[in-house]
Design a protein around this ligand. Sequence first.
Ligand code: FES
Length: 106
Amino acid sequence: MGFSITLQPGNHTFIAEAGETILDAATKHGHQLPRGCGDGACGMCKGNVLQGTVDHGKATEIGLSAEDRNAGMALFCCAIPTSDVVVERREMSSDWDMQDWDSQEG
Ligand code: FES
């Protein structure tokens, strides 16, 4: 069974399937959220979990520090809802995309 995800601002609600990350569910439902490595390392997808709980999955300490977790933040590329959640997305920057991420590696 999945859980509902509500994106703020905008109050957009959709359902994540069981085991689906917030980022994957949002993308599937047409919401573009910041995405970088997609692997819990870069922190590009970080946002606030305003209500509810998540499993942080493969989030790394580099991408999501203990302080971030304690502050209620999550990496949306890794975070899997374990209850209905309300999350706060960051605005997409039009001058950032995977090409920028690729150019920072190596
Ligand atoms: S996209 Fe890099 S940590 Fe989520």
